[in-house]
Design a protein around this ligand. Structure first.
Ligand code: IVH
Length: 684
């Protein structure tokens, strides 16, 4: 049947958006602006919202969707996902080459050299050109279905044109090093333990139950082989890669054809030296025999094909002396120990400091001051102390103890049982405030350009600011009195402070530096609350209801908003004219998914005569509704029994429909009337 108006337009938009997505994420060469892309996407979203029956799995609107899964289901791979034998030096590589040359009876063969990406292997299945399933490698025979998470990886095409009916491709998803740093900077700023390396963080991101978390991580993929496919694929690995690239898959442009072993060695040596220039981590080079007919002849031993080998880069470790353990007080008061080392060169960089996580970790690894220690540098990551070389001990080494008082302000340090970190509980500790101020003005937060780390320190030292809200009371004349402050910089700082009054809500929430509220959690909060006012009255329960927020985060948010000092800061921000709320909830349109109360949130307050509050809540949930404890603009109805509290008044203020007990019971009888639009005036 020919497609009609909206259907035709939706198909056009999907094609166009998928094309631009490919240009942007796979080819890195966009042809339209982000604004134009967003307009097209919005148009498609609108059509799909009006015509849900037109939604297709390959629609670019479906990159992130749905609720977290309870668990992943197992997937059996149609062909095993193999692993690779290793060569740790040129002799081992030569031995491999000799062996296969013998098996191929001296015939010449082309080899393809690829970078060995340190990520997570996945298999993508396309049926009729549409991404139908994405699975992890698992044990090579069975993996896990992580389709929803892989859909969020922008360089994975949701649809391919011109491929076979059934197509499986394989590749490595990874977290770009820059993304890894961004995440860790955020964690450091929040006083949270740092992620160890991009590989584990990336693998963890793909195995998130909530695809929104994966989506926020900006993962990438390189496709390196074909799995099962109903087609006569090209006859060499090289041509398979070209064919896959032509279909729209992201194939690494650093792959090389080599005809001799010295060429392979050149490729390896080049990348051994330049691996850190790559925006991702590579832990070696994979060498593959190219002609597929030869691959078949060589076959597989166990799980390892004879036709390929991983030529690994050496581990980047070095030994040096641990001179001292320093303590850095973080923004949330965490006492972060770090190693002060005798300078040593590891993979081209001089290392003088390394992180030591926390006291327990230091003791578990039995690291003592004065030890010769092994340090490791994975990619660009902050160097880690792996452990001591115990044989080199002289007996003069000293065990480390956390100080009993904050090294910055002298306040006695506290350590909660369920917290790995020791913390300084003094919220006006100058070290904490310095870290908070740096965080507040940083990009992604209030973004006050011109006010870098040095000026933050000076403003505190000169007692011009005691909390972040004091920034909005700064006067240009006072700035000009500071040493080395010129008119140009002072103007820039003042202009940027003014501009920062209007940052979007998630940025403001992130900027406040609430423990465990990184930019991802800040986004979630802004999707569920209109502004600071509602957040201030919300209960832990209201936060836990949000997917992606657990009890620990919820507790931290509530206690932050309850602290009088923080409330005072909020008041000062409000007085200064900082925007503390948004006009509407982004994407607040939850689908009604068929259930009569689907997508509706109820608050029950006061005493009901005909049933208990929990019975009422159970009936609401039974009809697909949600029950929360505080009234926000997102609340659908407030059910009011006898002697209600402030919630009824809140509802009135916010214009939320109020149901008395009779109206509530009537609604339970005819629940279909509950959905907005079908509701006629007040039901009371
Ligand atoms: S080929 C038989 N190519 O290395 C071929 N693997 O140790 C199997 N990997 O599980 C895979 N980059 O996760 C291949 N360019 C590349 C690779 C690569 C990284 C990983 C992959 C695989 C592991 C094998």
């Amino acid at each position: 049947m020919a497609q009609t108006g909206p259907e035709k337009r939706a198909a056009e938009l999907r094609r166009e958006l998928n094309y631009h997505n490919h240009r942007y994420y796979t080819l890195d060469s966009p042809v339209i602006t982000d604004g134009e892309y967003d307009r097209l996407l919005r148009e498609l979203r609108e059509i799909e919202a009006d015509h849900p029956e037109m939604l297709t799995a390959d629609s670019p609107t479906q990159r992130v969707g749905g609720d977290p899964s309870p668990a992943f289901t197992e997937v059996e791979h149609s062909r095993p996902m193999l692993s690779l034998g290793n060569a740790f030096d040129f002799d081992e590589l030569s031995a491999w080459h000799r062996r296969i040359t013998g098996l191929l009876e001296g015939e010449d063969f082309e080899m393809i050299c690829e970078l060995k990406i340190d990520g997570l292997a996945v298999n993508l299945t396309y049926e009729d050109g549409v991404l139908a399933q994405g699975a992890t490698r698992g044990n090579g025979i069975t993996g896990e279905d992580v389709t929803r998470n892989l859909r969020t990886v922008r360089s994975i095409p949701l649809a391919v044109d011109g491929g076979p009916q059934h197509l499986e491709v394989r590749g490595e998803v990874y977290l770009p090093v820059a993304e890894f740093h961004r995440l860790n900077q955020e964690r450091a700023a929040n006083g949270e333990p740092l992620y160890a390396n991009p590989r584990n963080t990336g693998a963890g991101s793909i195995r998130q139950l909530d695809p929104k978390v994966t989506a926020a991580r900006n993962m990438q993929i390189w496709i390196y082989s074909l799995g099962d496919a109903t087609t006569d694929a090209p006859n060499s690995h090289w041509h398979v890669l070209q064919w896959l690239a032509d279909l729209g898959f992201r194939v690494n442009p650093e792959n090389r054809r080599c005809t001799s072993l010295p060429e392979v060695e050149d490729y390896y040596r080049y990348w051994l030296e330049h691996r850190h220039d790559l925006p991702y981590e590579a832990d070696g080079v994979v060498v593959k025999v190219s002609p597929l007919e030869m691959q078949d002849r060589l076959g597989v031993v166990g799980r390892e094909p004879r036709w390929a080998i991983a030529y690994k880069f050496p581990a980047e470790q070095a030994t040096t002396k641990l001179l001292h353990i320093g303590i850095n007080v973080g923004r949330t008061g965490s006492l972060n120990p770090y190693a002060v080392l005798e300078p040593v060169v590891v993979s081209g960089a001089t290392v003088q400091h390394a992180s030591l996580h926390n006291e327990e970790d230091i003791h578990r690894k039995d690291i003592r001051i004065g030890d010769t220690v092994v340090i490791e540098r994975a990619g660009d990551v902050i160097p880690q102390v792996v452990g001591p070389v115990a044989d080199l001990r002289t007996g003069a080494e000293v065990e480390f103890r956390m100080p009993e008082n904050c090294p910055e302000c002298g306040t006695p340090v506290v350590k909660a049982e369920d917290d790995a970190m020791h913390r300084c509980p003094n919220s006006s500790c100058p070290a904490q405030f310095f870290e908070l101020l740096k965080h507040f003005v940083s990009k992604g937060a209030a973004d006050i350009d011109g006010l870098g780390e040095r000026w933050c320190g000076i403003l505190i030292q000169k007692e011009l600011v005691f909390d972040v809200a004091d920034l909005y009371r700064l006067e240009k004349d006072r700035l000009l009195e500071l040493d080395r402050m010129g008119d140009k910089l002072a103007t820039r700082i003042m202009d940027n402070i003014e501009a920062s009054k209007n940052r979007p809500l998630p940025r403001l929430l992130f900027a406040l530096g609430i423990t465990h509220v990184g930019s991802e959690v800040a986004d979630l909060l802004a999707q569920n609350f209109l502004g600071i006012e509602e957040l201030t009255v919300a209960k832990e329960k209201d936060f836990i209801e949000i997917e992606g927020i657990g009890p620990k985060i919820a507790e931290s948010i509530v206690s932050w908003f309850q602290a009088p000092a923080n409330r005072a800061v909020i008041e000062k921000l409000r007085t200064a004219g900082v925007r503390l709320a948004q006009d509407s909830l982004p994407g607040a349109t939850e689908s009604a998914d068929g259930a009569p109360f689907g997508g509706l949130t109820f608050v029950v307050t006061g005493t009901l005569a005909s049933c208990s509050r929990s019975e009422a809540e159970a009936r609401i949930k039974g009809l697909g509704g949600k029950v929360t404890s505080s009234v926000t603009r997102k609340t659908g109805y407030v059910v009011v029994g006898a002697s209600p509290g402030s919630k009824a008044a809140n509802a009135e203020k916010l214009g939320i429909p109020i149901l008395d007990e009779d109206a509530f019971l009537r609604l339970l009888e005819s629940p279909a009337e509950a959905q907005p639009g079908e509701q006629q005036g007040s039901l009371v």
